[in-house]
Design a protein around this ligand. Structure first.
Ligand code: HEC
Length: 137
């Protein structure tokens, strides 16, 4: 019985390990609105799609101004890992969430929205990979 439990646990750990390898941080993002491929690990976008770049800064300045913990704006708590990269892309492509429709996103320019999308896409759920040089900086 005991060895069976250990075998099962090993299988589970191996599974999550393999899932993680398969889910390294994305290096490019296809943007359906502009129909362009954005290279997130190169040049200017490499900087802008990180927490210290325009994407991360605007996410905290604008989105988090409502979506912080215990806010009184009726907004759920949201951080980069609240959604997967794919889900973030869909949120920014459709722009059908309440705040996107009521104009709360309008303080951001198209360019800035793209970079917030880049940042969330690059740092979304399942993107952290301790074995990738990209995660080490
Ligand atoms: C003025 C306040 C405000 C700002 C700014 C704002 N939101 Fe929202 N957002 C809301 C409210 C209110 C809702 C509806 C309640 C909810 O589901 O959180 C909402 C809903 C959402 C949802 C759906 C949440 C769910 O659980 O279904 C997402 C995702 C979201 N916002 C993302 C963003 C992003 C990304 C930004 C920045 C580009 C942003 N919001 C900026 C107030 C805001």
């Amino acid at each position: 019985m005991r060895s069976l439990i250990i075998t099962c646990m090993c299988a589970v750990y191996t599974f999550f390990y393999l899932v993680q390898i398969g889910q390294a941080r994305p290096v490019k993002r296809y943007d359906e609105r502009t129909r362009m491929c954005r290279f997130l690990a190169d040049g200017r976008l490499d900087w802008e799609s990180e927490p210290w770049g325009t994407g991360g800064i605007k996410f905290r300045e604008v989105c988090k101004s409502c979506h912080h913990r215990n806010n009184n704006k009726g907004a759920t708590f949201i951080h980069a890992e609240s959604y997967t990269s794919k889900a973030w892309n869909s949120i920014f492509t459709k722009r059908r969430k309440k705040c996107a429709r009521d104009g709360s996103w309008n303080v951001l320019s198209e360019d800035e929205l793209q970079m917030v999308n880049d940042y969330l896409y690059r740092n979304g759920d399942w993107t952290y990979d301790p074995n990738s040089a990209d995660s080490c900086g």
